[in-house]
Write a protein that binds this ligand. Structure first.
Ligand code: KIV
Length: 291
């Protein structure tokens, strides 16, 4: 096993599912953020973020849907391709959209394969516990790494009756721990824990050999993920309580758009430095030939 520090910029290598496991073993927190486009993928990769999730959250933060249910395979593959063209080092994970893996196991394997074959992803993520074990085994059996997702699984929003924290009764906490162990046994390389009590997420993380990635699950997870549009303050419709704002880009965009509007109206833009010129000689020649 290499003894090189996993986060050292001088030894930077592509992050793999194996690096994920090594980071957990060495107690190095894993970083993950979402991206849906090329410039964001470039910036995340340059910042040294370990993994990029092309989440179906794009349905809400990019496409303007109420929830993630309308997102299609074609939507996901389109955005995954843009991200894959931007990121060289991060582990790239494509989120399987609603109904791309729930109905039929062979279909789940084929759809998972498209993320790797057509869209440059390294792995896929899918939501659910014991009811997904058969599909996960089959996808992993096809050589495709799978990240699980437990707790608040947004594709089940209608079953939950809204976006609510999960695992808050003794029975629900036990069910979640059992599901996590089943997903590990089925071959998942990692599991996202979303909106679950901190104590439960910490215990699950201790019981699993594979790393957990928390979102609204406290500091006891092996890594953390946020939706990039939320942490940048780009999506102002609704912010979950677990989000920390690292910027307020929505406000910054509004400020820039208003300044542009004012400049155009007052003719302050474009200024001389934004325009091209033609020599007097060429101009006179041009005018001389005008009808
Ligand atoms: O779709 C997504 O962005 C996700 C994260 C919230 C984990 O599933």
């Amino acid at each position: 096993m290499s003894t090189l520090p996993l986060d050292s910029p001088s030894t930077r290598q592509k992050i793999t599912t194996r690096s994920y496991r090594l980071k957990k073993q060495r107690g190095v927190p894993i970083t993950m953020l979402t991206a849906y486009d090329h410039p964001t993928a470039l910036a995340l990769d340059q910042a040294g973020i370990d993994s990029i999730l092309v989440g179906d959250s794009l349905g809400m933060v990019v496409l303007g849907y109420e929830n993630t249910l309308p997102v299609t395979m074609e939507d996901m593959l389109h955005h995954c391709r843009a991200v894959a063209r931007g990121a060289q080092y991060a582990l790239l994970i494509g989120d399987m959209p609603f109904m791309s893996y729930q109905a039929d196991v062979p279909d789940a394997v084929r759809n998972a394969g498209r993320f790797l074959q057509e869209a440059g992803m390294d792995a896929v993520k899918l939501e659910g516990g014991r009811e997904r074990v058969e599909a996960i085994r089959a996808i992993v059996g096809a050589g495709i790494p799978v990240m699980g997702h437990l707790g608040l699984t947004p594709q089940s929003v209608n079953q939950f009756g809204g976006f609510r924290a999960q695992g808050r009764t003794a029975a629900a906490a036990r069910g979640l721990l059992e599901d996590a162990l089943l997903l590990e046994e089925a071959g998942c390389f990692s599991i996202v824990l979303e909106s679950v009590p901190e104590r439960l997420a910490e215990l699950v993380s201790q019981r699993l050999e594979i790393p957990t990635i928390g979102i609204g699950a406290g500091a006891g997870c092996d890594g953390q993920v946020l939706v990039t549009h939320d942490m940048l303050g780009l999506f102002d419709r609704f912010t979950p309580r677990f989000v920390k704002h690292y910027a307020n880009l929505h406000e910054e965009m509004e400020r820039a758009f208003s300044a542009y509007k004012a400049d155009v109206k007052s003719r302050a833009f474009p200024a001389e430095e934004h325009t091209f010129s033609i020599s007097d000689e060429e101009w006179q020649a041009f005018l001389a030939k005008l009808d």
